[in-house]
Design a protein around this ligand. Structure first.
Ligand code: 1PR
Length: 534
């Protein structure tokens, strides 16, 4: 019998409470939601989550504003755990010290998204099982360790500089990382906080701050097949139909099952792309929301969902904003949403007018949830030209294309020596007048926190990532870039990490067809001295 089975959870209307709720249930705790201030003061253990964007959550109109005085009180009452909010200098103002944005001019990508190991101090207790294992961070602001706050610090981490990754004062613990998104090691942190009696008191494991690990992401392209079942499919250069007489949509498994399997096999993140989302409106496509709900109950790494995120007016004339769509996805367990087609239109508009309207789905969701919650998924295709001046986009000289040219010809079909990467919308069906380079820079300005860089030419070919494209984009923006499309062997992962500045690499087909286990990819990366979460 556990000493403590009831956890009090404060949901103040911002932050990803869904994930923490799922993690607590998974650990076997019952949850009591705060309804009155008395619930807080009577709690044995209280948890509240942080927010991606502090200001809108806590300004006068924000959901958390009324709670500010109360939160200050409970900190003094010594029973709290949280991330992010606690660390903000204009937040609760309890801990002395300075909080500011990471300095991207120091050569780091901001937001800090990904996995690091911690330098754990003495008496952290809740971090006793962490050792040198990686935990998941996603934030743009950090608290700096100093003499003023040294008594609060229980661990630090390194990302361009040392920053505070957790604090402890009495029974008060706060962590900057996300335990509910850090796999089994993160769950151990929650367990230690909630039930300090239960874990066997082993000697705390020592850890050393590591550099940012490269993430290996499993992607599930999801759509309804001709029988009406929601399936994971996989295309060749975006064509997801079998080359048989029936011409059926390829069916590689069930989304929730595969996501659970990849989590157990060590995927650092899972992405769901609703690939016909441009046709269907997500809020009408409830199965996708169900997929997220069920997956997030048992999968404790970040989940991204994309497809069809845009403003929409239905047949009855009812208008839905993209914010409503995103909110529903976040409520259902998504940590990040991914925007494809709508980001292309927004970037085109921005480049044409030079004005940020603030009205695009990208800008709105980024403003409310923080840019770390918004991925832009790019679907470019290589287009050959004779001369760099033939198009007003960034053009590559084709002999520079890597010799491993992934089965593609070094020159164009008519001997063209130059090429640009044309962005597409509607799952590659329509080419647009904008290049991947121009798009990447524009969406970074509009508020994207990460770029998922697909490549239609390489998709499903198993011949390696388009390292020229990945290099071009990862060198031109200061936000993390996920290399995608073309992975066929573990060596393709080390190649993309060694030759480009990609932060992560994503694959689909090789995992679905069980050709290469995620673990083999990671073991290979370790052999190559590339930092990964094992
Ligand atoms: O435009 O906002 O509705 O979003 C639609 C989303 O669906 C976009 O993210 C777009 O990339 C995706 N999508 C649309 N059509 C397809 C298709 O395949 N027909 N899938 C599609 C994109 C590419 C990757 C794939 C990698 C790795 N799939 O996600 O998983 O290429 O594959 P591999 O390792 O097997 O080579 P919107």
């Amino acid at each position: 019998v556990r000493a403590l089975t009831l956890v009090t959870l404060l949901d103040y209307g911002a932050g990803n409470v869904c994930s923490i709720r799922n993690a607590l249930r998974h650990l076997g705790f019952s949850i009591k939601d705060v309804k009155t201030p008395g619930d807080i003061l009577n709690a044995d253990r209280l948890i509240f989550t942080g927010v991606g964007a502090f200001a809108p959550a806590m300004d006068e109109n924000g959901p958390g504003f009324a709670l500010l005085p109360l939160l200050n009180t409970i900190i003094i009452y010594d029973i709290i755990y949280s991330n992010c909010v606690f660390m903000s200098v204009k937040g609760l103002g309890v801990i002395p010290g300075t909080v500011g944005r990471f300095d991207s001019s120091a050569g780091i990508r901001v937001p800090h998204i990904g996995l690091n190991a911690l330098q754990v101090g003495k008496d952290s207790e809740i971090l006793d099982d962490v050792g040198s294992r990686h935990v998941y961070f996603v934030h743009s602001y950090r608290a700096i360790p100093s003499n003023e706050n040294k008594d609060w610090i229980s661990s630090t981490c390194h990302y361009g500089e040392s920053f505070i990754s957790s604090i402890r004062r009495g029974n008060v613990h706060a962590v900057q990382f996300h335990p509910e998104k850090s796999g089994e090691v993160g769950l151990s942190v929650l367990r230690r906080f909630l039930d300090p009696q239960s874990p066997s008191k082993q000697k705390p494991m020592e850890g050393k701050a590591s550099k940012l690990a490269k993430r290996v992401i499993a992607c599930l392209d999801v759509r309804t097949n001709d029988k009406g079942d929601l399936v994971v499919t996989k295309g060749d250069q975006y064509d997801v139909r079998e080359q048989s007489n029936e011409n059926e949509v390829r069916n590689l498994g069930k989304p929730v099952d595969l996501a659970g399997q990849y989590y157990k096999e060590g995927a650092d993140e899972i992405s769901f792309l609703n690939i016909t989302g441009f046709r269907d409106f997500p809020l009408g496509d409830l199965p996708m929301i169900q997929v997220l709900r069920y997956t997030s109950e048992n999968v404790f790494v970040p989940l991204t969902v994309g497809g069809g995120i845009r403003d929409f007016t239905d047949a009855t004339g009812r208008y839905y904003s993209s914010l409503e769509v995103a909110a529903e996805y976040f409520r259902s367990g998504a940590d990040k949403i991914s925007i494809g087609s709508d980001a292309v239109y927004a970037a085109e508009e921005f480049i044409k007018s030079g004005v940020k309207t603030g009205k695009s789905s990208l800008e709105q969701i980024s403003r409310v949830y923080g840019n770390q919650a918004v991925v832009v998924s790019i679907d470019p295709r290589r287009v050959y030209v004779n001369h760099p001046d033939d198009v007003p986009y960034k053009v590559m000289f084709s002999p520079l294309f890597s010799l491993l040219c992934h089965g593609l010809n070094e020159h164009g079909p008519n001997g063209e020596e130059y090429a640009w990467y044309q962005c597409t919308v509607s799952g590659g069906r329509e080419g647009r007048p904008i290049g991947a380079y121009e798009l990447a820079k524009a969406v970074e300005e509009l508020g994207a926190g990460e770029i998922l860089l697909n490549c239609i030419d390489c998709d499903g070919q198993g011949k390696g990532f388009d390292t020229d494209l990945v290099k071009l984009i990862s060198d031109s923006v200061g936000i993390p870039v996920i290399a995608s499309s073309g992975a066929g062997t573990p060596e393709h992962f080390s190649e993309v990490f060694e030759t480009t500045n990609a932060s992560d690499a994503l694959a689909a087909g090789i995992f679905h067809r069980k050709e290469v286990p995620i673990q083999s990819v990671k073991e290979h990366l370790v052999e190559k001295s590339i930092e990964v979460r094992m």
